[in-house]
Design a protein around this ligand. Structure first.
Ligand code: WQD
Length: 335
């Protein structure tokens, strides 16, 4: 059985991917520093699949600990989620973001290079495109100067990987997510933001649960069909499925030479108001929201051209926005 390291595997997308990997017949070992995740997620993964992943609480910035881990584990592939990911926080604490996100990545890559390990998948983001000139956004869209240190660490991660692949002839794929949303159908795992959520959907579900008084909708004066900004909301389990397909592609050496990059979205843009209305309708409730000023740094519109991922990975996102909103609410109600 192939053994796959999932860094950040107790986090939102990491935990859903760990479940999908186990269900696809892979052995999963998780490294997480618990800085933005909870240990109970390990039991929930076990409850869903019946198999408890091996778990190590390691700070990937500690190169000695990372080396010791690889000394003790024969790894057939790595999916690297571990990173800080709050855009606003990264503007306040750039050094923390550069150090954590880049040093963690470099420590893992160094071990792979020294031990001739292969098959690396990087959790990247559509944020690298900034406000793209054309919609939908494909992988050839120009990379624009990132607006936040968080986004810069994703751009730099992709660049580091390009040289890692060519210098050491490694197999690697970078997956650029649009906006991950929703929760596993079991409602046992989902998005667990610490403190006040940055992202839209956890704020929506917390407002519906009465944890927040109201949702602030950041800007209704954008040049869009209803004035609110457009994003591509991709169901987290569809995203997890893409990771399994990408990993299998690498393990079976079906990838093309060089760093392969895939945009992962539904290909459908939804406005903030459409997300709110979808959430209200599918869950039969009214959400308390206010229209307020734009949030600094936000782009107007982003949605994916996912043709390359469909063609090369054989991946097709099937889940509707409504179903994502239903699962998000089921998860929130269980918290
Ligand atoms: C979506 C839309 C907001 C909150 C970022 C990163 C991306 C990825 C996902 C980590 C925007 C609006 C939001 C709220 C609102 N990062 N909004 N009220 O900014 O598209 O992407 O998070 O995984 O890399 O760039 O996601 O969910 O913050 O915002 O009106 O309380 O919802 O203005 O239009 P974003 P988001």
């Amino acid at each position: 059985m192939k053994k796959i390291l999932v860094t950040g595997g107790l986090g939102y997308i990491g935990s859903h991917t760990a479940v999908a990997l186990q269900e696809a017949g892979y052995e999963v070992v998780i490294i997480d520093d618990l800085s933005n995740s909870e240990l109970f997620v390990l039991d929930r993964i076990t409850e869903i699949t019946g198999t408890k992943p091996e778990f190590h609480q390691i700070d990937l910035k500690d190169s000695e600990k990372v080396k010791a881990f690889f000394d003790g584990n024969q790894i057939d592939g790595v999916i690297h989620f571990a990173a800080h990911k709050a855009v606003g926080e990264s503007v306040q604490k750039p050094l923390m973001y550069f150090k954590n996100n880049l040093l963690s990545l470099l420590n893992v890559l160094e071990q792979m290079q020294e031990r001739s390990l292969d098959n690396f998948i990087f959790s990247s983001s559509c944020t690298v495109y900034g406000q793209a000139d054309e919609m939908p956004i494909n992988e050839k869209a120009p990379i624009k100067k990132a607006e936040s240190p968080y986004a810069k660490t994703k751009q730099m991660g992709d660049e580091i990987l390009e040289d890692f692949v060519s210098a050491y002839s490694k197999n690697a794929i970078s997956l650029r997510y649009f906006n991950p949303v929703g929760a596993h159908p079991s409602a046992l795992i989902g998005e667990l933001p610490k403190g006040v959520p940055n992202n839209l959907v956890p704020f929506v579900t917390q407002t519906a649960a009465g944890v927040r008084d109201y949702l602030s909708i950041f800007g209704n004066d954008y040049p869009t069909r209803d004035g609110t900004a457009i994003r591509d909301y991709i169901y987290v389990c569809d995203l997890a499925d893409a990771h399994v397909k990408a990993l299998t592609r690498l393990i079976e050496k079906k990838n093309k030479s060089g760093l392969e990059i895939f945009n992962l979205g539904t290909g459908i843009g939804s406005t903030v108001l459409e997300v709110v209305k979808s959430f209200e309708e599918v869950n039969n409730l009214k959400l308390n929201y206010k229209l307020v000023d734009r949030r600094a740094g936000d782009i107007v519109e982003a949605y994916s051209d996912n043709e390359l991922a469909e063609k090369e990975l054989g991946w097709k996102p099937e889940t509707s926005l409504e179903e994502s909103m239903r699962t998000a609410w089921e998860w929130q109600k269980g918290l």
